[in-house]
Structure formats: structure tokens, C-alpha cells
Design a protein around this ligand. Structure first.
Ligand code: LLP
Length: 427
């Protein structure tokens, strides 16, 4: 459920704002986010757990825009962060430090020190060398670092090999047996306070069974640790819940997910945490783009003809199709009238590589130069992964709330882009 739809006038709006008005005011390409959708997704996720009241640590990497984080923080969300930059963003957006979790396989000494200084709620430690480094840094500071051990349960899941994180051959976390050993070591360290265990097995997961399997293994680990006399107060079950990208059956709802979790942790007295990213923000955002032109290559001997829809958005603005073969629905901003014929398009951007192809042979109503389209479900890992490749300006972002909209990250100017660099003194 989202708040991007065609109005009675046949024009697509985000809540009360016609998307074409944003395209006119801000230019294209531009990301547009819906406050109502963010609020709805957060409350549906939160309410699914009822009285359990887990920490919902929004995975900032999915969409690090400060206004997006603040919208969620105001509802009570915490933040799952993976770099000093993300911790700084979460704090700047108003997430209290005691709701910030710091994850990641390669935290630097500087980042660990920073996390201790600001007092994050928990550092999810992913390896033995990291545990040793953190123990040393905390000892130097004369503090005890609150930690969880990130476990790799050897159960992978997710929408693409590149985003599956839970198998033993992936770089994330430690094995079950290593986790037991490290937890006991940490409990004996004067500068570490192990409070729980964490896992995250992948992203865009559309089947609850691998998650359930992993969560059962986590429960068993909690019970083993407790049997050894170790205190385990927290269980962080990560993110990963998938969203409908329109080309696949609907993924499990937050309610079904929460019911499964409830069954797994039944009777276990423990504080739960989750790190949802995509499920909160994906369908709360679209990428608006304008058709530059349609380029038709006629069929020649031995070859098929092609029809390229050349957009002003490119792989640098939305890399998911190029990187994960991801599907994004593409809709014209003006609803096609009944009976409009459809044509097959290869939808491409202006970047100079063939990988800059959003989709091939997509059937769309006939479109022409100047028409506007929206890439749906682009609120997660869209703008977050954008770059300036081909010296294209970083794509701006707009947040809608009811009938209002605000540019929450303006498009830089070419002067801004060039001013970030320095010519070497000898040139
Ligand atoms: N927690 C940890 C430790 C993670 O590594 C991730 C995502 C999350 C939580 C949030 O997962 P989510 O709920 O969003 O599935 N760029 C890829 C997705 C990469 C996910 C990386 N880790 C994409 O565009 O599909």
C-alpha cells in the first residue's frame, strides 16, 4: 500500500501533490518520497508486534535522507548504522544514541571510538579481531562497550546472490560455535558488556522459512549461552523482509513475519530488535524521469529491430537494475486512456555503457519526447546508491506531506560539483 496513484484527472499524484508539478518545479530526474507511506509502513511494522515493543532500528543505508530518517525517528524508530557517517546522520536526524545500533564487518578503530563516545546502544561485533580492537579501545577510554555478537547462521536468503548475507561463505558474522566462545570471552573482559546476539541473513526475502530456520537457530544459541550461565538480554533479528516490486507474488506481510517471530521466541524472556530498511521505505519513493527521445533501430538482415526509450535518469541515479537485475515498474505520469496501444521498449539512460539499461522489451503505452514516467518502489537503495558517474549531478530528493512538498536535498550545481576538487599544485 502506498500513496502514489492516479487521481480523478488521470494524473499520478503523491498524496495531494501531482508528480508533474514536482517535475516542473525541481526538474528531472528527481526522487519523491511520501510521508504518509513512510508513516503507514512504520506503524504497520510496529503494530504487528503489539505489546512486545521491539526496538525498530531503521537500516539507514536503505535511504539515508535526513528528512526520511527524522520522519521515522519521530514515530519512535531507532537506527541501524554501518559507518560513522550513518551514525552522524542518525544523530543529526534526531535518533537518540540509545536507539542506535552499529553494525558492519569492517569498522575502523576511529569509528569504534566514535560510537563509544556518542554512546550508541549496541555495537554488533562481527569477528574476533574486531572484538579485540573494541576491547582495547574501550579499556583506553575507561568504559565498557555494550555489544552483541553478529552470528552467521549459515542460512542464506534474499532476492539476489549479491544481497544474501547469511551463508557461511559470506563475509558477515561469526559461526555459531565461534559466537559462543567470543560471547564467553567478552563476558570475562572488563571493557566489554555482551548483552545479546544478532543476525541478518539477506535482503528482499520473500519466503519466511529461511528466516524462521535462522531465528530458531538463534533461539537455540540464546538458550545454550544462558545454560552456560551467561546473561543474554537482547536478540537482534536483522532486516530483510521483502517488498512487492510488482513482478512477483506478494511477500509475507509484517503481520505474518511478526507471528512467525512470536512463535519462535515464545516463552523466551528477551528484548527483541529488528533492522528493517527496504520494507519501510521502498514503496514510499519513486524516481521521476523525463523521456529525452525515442530511438528506433529498424530490423536489418539477421537482426531484430529495437525501440529505445531514452530517459534523463540513468544507472548512476538508480543502479538496482544494472547491479541486481532488479525489476522496477515504470508508469507514465498520465494514465493511459482505455484501449491505448502498448509498444515494447528497451528503457535506457544516457550513461555510456550497455549496463545502463533499466529493462528490455518492457511493454508500455506509447511515449514520446518530454513525457514523464515514474520508477515505482524506488525509495530503498535508490538515491542511497546514486553516484555522479559520467559527471551527472547527484539526483535531488523531495518529501511530500499531504498537499505540501519540500526539496529535502537540492540538485547540486555544476559549480558545486567542480568546487569539491583541487587541481594538483604542479598542474
Ligand atoms: N541489517 C543489516 C546488517 C544489513 O546488512 C541490511 C542490509 C539491513 C539490516 C537492511 O536490510 P533490508 O531490510 O533493507 O532488506 N542494495 C541492495 C540491498 C542491500 C542490503 C544490504 N544490507 C538492493 O538494492 O537490493
Amino acid at each position: 500500500m502506498n500513496h502514489f496513484d492516479y487521481g480523478p484527472d488521470g494524473r499520478m499524484a503523491c498524496e495531494g501533490v501531482p508528480l508533474a508539478a514536482i517535475a516542473e518545479a525541481v526538474g528531472t530526474p528527481v526522487y519523491v518520497y511520501s510521508t504518509a507511506t513512510l508513516v503507514r509502513h512504520y506503524t504497520v511494522f510496529r503494530d504487528a508486534f503489539g505489546a512486545r515493543r521491539p526496538l525498530i532500528a531503521y537500516a539507514v543505508k536503505a535511504n539515508p535522507n535526513l528528512s526520511v530518517i527524522r520522519t521515522l525517528a519521530r514515530l519512535g524508530a531507532g537506527a541501524d548504522t554501518v559507518s560513522e557517517g550513518e551514525i552522524r546522520r542518525a544523530l543529526a536526524a534526531g535518533v537518540p544514541a540509545e536507539r542506535i545500533v552499529f553494525s558492519g564487518v569492517g569498522k575502523t578503530a576511529r569509528e569504534l571510538a566514535f560510537a563509544l563516545d556518542v554512546g550508541v546502544s549496541e555495537i554488533n561485533v562481527e569477528s574476533e579481531p574486531e572484538l579485540e580492537t573494541l576491547a582495547r579501545i574501550a579499556a583506553d577510554k575507561g568504559v565498557r562497550a555494550t555489544i552483541a555478537i553478529r552470528v552467521n547462521p549459515d542460512i542464506g536468503a534474499g532476492g539476489h546472490a549479491k544481497i544474501s548475507t547469511g551463508k557461511a561463505d559470506s563475509k558477515f558474522g561469526v559461526s555459531m560455535s565461534e559466537a559462543e566462545r567470543l560471547y564467553a570471552n567478552a563476558a570475562n573482559s572488563a571493557s566489554l558488556d555482551p548483552v545479546g546476539i544478532a543476525c541478518h541473513i539477506g535482503s528482499q526475502i520473500t519466503d519466511l522459512s529461511p528466516m524462521e530456520q535462522a531465528f530458531r537457530a538463534m533461539r537455540a544459541l540464546v538458550e545454550r549461552l544462558r545454560a552456560e550461565g551467561l546473561a543474554v538480554q537482547r536478540l537482534d533479528l536483522g532486516g530483510g523482509l521483502g517488498v512487492p516490486y510488482f513482478d512477483q507474488p506478494d511477500p509475507p506481510s509484517p503481520a505474518a513475519f511478526a507471528a512467525m517471530v512470536g512463535r519462535v521466541v515464545d516463552g523466551l524472556d528477551i528484548a527483541l530488535a529488528f533492522e528493517p530498511g527496504r520494507v519501510l521505505v521502498a514503496n514510499a519513493g519513486v524516481l521521476l524521469s523525463r523521456v529525452i527521445h525515442v530511438h528506433e533501430r529498424p530490423a536489418e538482415a539477421g537482426g531484430e529491430g529495437r525501440r529505445f526509450l531514452v530517459l534523463d535518469a540513468a544507472m548512476n541515479d538508480l543502479i538496482r537494475p544494472a547491479m541486481y537485475d532488479a525489476f522496477h515498474d515504470i508508469r507514465p505520469l498520465v494514465r493511459p486512456s482505455a484501449g491505448t496501444s502498448e509498444l515494447a521498449y528497451d528503457v535506457v539512460g544516457p550513461v555510456c555503457e550497455t549496463g545502463d539499461t533499466f529493462t528490455r522489451n518492457r511493454r508500455l503505452p506509447e511515449l514520446g519526447s518530454g513525457d514523464l514516467v515514474a520508477f515505482m518502489s524506488a525509495g530503498a537503495y535508490g538515491s542511497a546508491m546514486a553516484s555522479e558517474y559520467n559527471s551527472r549531478l547527484l539526483v535531488p530528493e523531495v518529501l511530500v506531506d499531504g498537499a505540501d512538498f519540500a526539496v529535502v536535498r537540492p540538485r547540486p550545481t555544476y559549480e558545486d560539483m567542480l568546487a569539491r576538487e583541487r587541481l594538483a599544485a604542479w598542474l
